[in-house]
Ligand binder design. Structure first.
Ligand code: VTB
Ligand code: MG
Ligand code: MG
Length: 362
């Protein structure tokens, strides 16, 4: 797409999904986040998830589109709703969209009242979102400065298979700082012990998170968020959702599917068992033992040209405020949303039913 010269031209560039569905998408993540926020700190992660899923599904089914869930809550038999393959929307209008959802990313974080949970979703035209299995993806996520640096310095590239120190040196140079000044976010899991050691030995600082490596990935593309790189194996759905935002914001994600038994260092027997159990299903999605290890870049994860993304915080995030509840269901919510045209919005929405009862606060 040629670079538009003015904001007016930019708005003209927006595709039909961005024009028609982005304003609605914001409401979908907002309402799911509000539903989840009522369950914050109650120690019941499944119920918190359930109310977010139900809310998201109700809202999605009001939208004029033919939507198919490509990244969802799991397979039809294990997930009662928003399962992979579920059709959503009224079916009216001409829009055929692929959808990636994580109605409550960070269920434990919500149940414990800890920072980092969001309701999040992306859409693109049919075929625009990677249709992959719900296993892990190992990944590295960096912001747009790194992409520009790579373009200007041929041969210096982020590489999923390169030593951690190689990648961190490139990020440091791209950001005009030293490796010691970088912050790398990674899930605190035994499977990452080696990688965490390598990051520390390379000199960078580590921010371990108990859950939620999706929004830190988005944060790499936002200066001032305090996150420069995300590494490690997390959910594949989370990686695809990260890719949707990163595609719009101009950063870069490299990812590779990993079987949970492999990621978590199980014995060969356990790995073989998982291969036998999972491969038939994966092969239906075009994933074989030969291509399982391929590196997928941003465009492979989200090939769409009319991509939209929205995430509303439930609990406080790196750059979003938590949901505030005040007075019989009234709420204030903070969302980041964006579309391929390049329009990125931070919306601070206040829903008040009775203006006499609930005054507006700054
Ligand atoms: C990952 C991560 C997510 O859950 O999927 C994680 O990407 C589950 O990992 O952000 P484990 O199987 O190691 O627990 C999240 O942290 C939250 O959905
Ligand atoms: Mg989920
Ligand atoms: Mg999740």
């Amino acid at each position: 797409m040629p670079h538009p010269k003015t904001v007016e031209e930019m708005i003209e560039c927006a595709g039909p999904i961005e024009c028609e569905l982005l304003p609605r998408l914001i409401q979908v993540t907002e309402t799911a986040a509000i539903a989840a926020a009522y369950q914050m700190g109650r120690g019941d992660k499944n119920f918190a998830d359930q109310v977010a899923v139900a809310s998201m599904r109700r809202m999605l089914n009001k939208l004029d589109m033919k939507g198919i869930i490509k990244i969802g809550e799991g397979e039809r038999d294990e997930a009662p709703m928003l399962f992979i393959g579920e059709e959503v929307g009224t079916g009216k209008g001409g829009l055929e969209v692929d959808i990636a959802v994580d109605p409550l990313e960070g269920t434990n974080l919500t149940a414990d009242g800890c920072p980092g949970s969001v309701a999040v979703m992306a859409m693109a035209e049919r075929g625009g979102i990677f249709h992959g299995p719900d296993i892990y993806m190992d990944k590295i996520v960096v912001g747009p400065d790194v992409v520009r640096y790579e373009q200007d310095h041929l041969g210096e590239r982020i590489d999923l298979d390169a030593p951690v120190s190689h990648n961190l040196k490139i990020v440091a140079k791209a950001l005009g700082r030293s490796v010691e000044e970088l912050v790398v976010v990674i899930l605190d899991r035994p499977r990452h012990t080696q990688k965490i050691t390598e990051i520390r030995e390379a000199g960078a600082r580590v921010r371990l998170v108990t859950d939620g490596d999706l929004m830190p990935g988005v944060a790499t593309a936002i200066r001032g968020s305090g996150v420069h790189v995300v590494m490690g194996a997390g959910g594949s759905g989370e990686a695809v959702l990260t890719a949707a935002a990163i595609k719009v914001l101009g950063g870069k994600i490299l990812a590779r599917l990993v079987l949970p038994t492999v990621a978590n260092g199980q014995t060969k027997d356990k790995i073989d068992e998982e291969i036998e159990e999972k491969m038939p299903r994966l092969e239906k999605m075009g994933i074989t033992l030969e291509n399982l290890n391929d590196v997928l870049d941003t465009n492979k994860l989200v090939p769409g040209n009319d991509v939209i993304f929205s995430a509303t915080a439930v609990t406080p995030g790196h750059f979003l405020h938590e949901v505030n509840l005040f007075g019989s269901g009234d709420a204030r919510v903070h969302t980041i949303s964006m579309g391929t045209s390049g329009a990125v919005r931070f919306t601070d929405s206040i829903y008040i039913k009775d203006k006499q009862e609930t005054p507006l606060y700054l």
